[in-house]
Design a binder for this molecule. Sequence first.
Ligand code: NDP
Length: 462
Amino acid sequence: MADHTHDLFVIGGGSGGVRAARFAAQRGARVGMAESGRMGGTCVNVGCIPKKLYSYGAHYAEGFTEAAGYGWEIAQPPTLNWATLKANRAKEITRLNGIYEGLMTNAQVLRLQGHGRLLDAHTVEVTSDDGKTTRHSARHILIATGGTPFVPEFPGCDLVVTSDDMFDLPVLPRRLVVVGGGYIGCEMASIFHGLGAEVTLLYRGEQILRGFDEEVRAFTADEMCKHGVDVRVNADVARIEALPDGTRRLTLKDGAQLDADVVLYATGRRANVRNLGLEALGVRQAESGAIEVDEHFATSVPGVYALGDVVGRMELTPVALAEAMVLVDHLFGPAPGQSARTMDYDNIPTAVFTHPPIGTVGLGEQQARERFGAIQVFRGDFKPLKHTLSGSSERTLVKLIVDAASDRVVGLHMVGADAGEIVQGFAVALKCGATKAQFDATIGIHPTSAEEFVTLRTMARG
Ligand code: NDP
């Protein structure tokens, strides 16, 4: 231990890296951290936070329309000043970058601006923006370098943008084509439609949002279409050309053509492992590039650890934070009076900020049937009270999946306003193993959409 200048050296200042550095330092470890970009990683700079801010911005569009049903007379059709939205977002992100820097300073972490690369299992070389290199020795090294958007190779792939570019587009596109039906594709399609673009979403399979409950997928696709997003399934791009006026012309594999000002490829993300020195060191990676780790986030090379998006288990900020706490407990011992945490990937709630959003925790209907055999499905879809006057035809879906043998609720799903906010609370109940009888014994809060979860009495499917 005395041979090394650091107990822990972290490469990557995103959610997972910052959490590990901060809590390791709190346990008395000497910690160093290299980050080549701005602090906060994907979540703060080009992910969760700016995305959610733009989603709030986009929701005003329907708010303006719906307000008429409540008697508001808006004289002029409201217009979006894209430059103002971008500038206000940038200011907030800069403030958050500063907070993350402050977390490192206050924890007395040695913060280095530059690209970190492993020279061996205990040495990191950091190259600063001006090309100067420094070497740092550490008992443990943590790789928390996150992920980066993936665009497949095809004719015209250089004419597309990725989610990283969407927040600072010079001009709000009039026509946007989004390729990919996952989290990012669906969220960006909803957001940019709300901000005023004509949006077409192209998905190569039968239904968007693979992995989610089938009914949730279909319901969300319908609602997105009702809102005005042109969702096209079984649509695969063959090539893209640039016309002289800058228009992107897409030709699909079935020969159909469509024009756009911007084409966003949201076709997944890959581990950010470039130039880290992993191959030379023999750090085992999956075919996708994701670093392979055990339950303590140890890689195949003793002393080297990895967590967060770079290990590609569940690419969610709160998961990276939890993984970091598990690692800190493992390397430096748990907090006084507590036992070392372990990572449990069951019942992790998640939201997709489509319009309307999805909130989900536990298993989908099909997954639950495979796991438990006999299940009971309770569901309801309804027009929320707000829309009785707003004129909107938006509906809300609530759904519970119950294991018939134990009566435990093993899946809870919602598509509707504030689904993320609502499902977070119910996730605690699922984590505690709540039964359908306990849901039924809970008094609702009236009038809310959330109360529907405790008033679902009629079984839809057994
Ligand atoms: P996803 O894996 O969720 O979706 C990728 C989409 O692109 C899928 O629809 C996939 O189709 C499609 N696709 C993949 N390759 C191709 C190809 N070659 N041609 C055409 N289509 C293709 O990735 P995202 O980039 O949307 O998001 C990455 C991760 O980031 C998510 O899984 C999530 O963990 C996280 N995230 C979380 C958010 C949140 O919590 N709200 C928000 C945004 C991201 P197919 O289904 O057929 O494979």
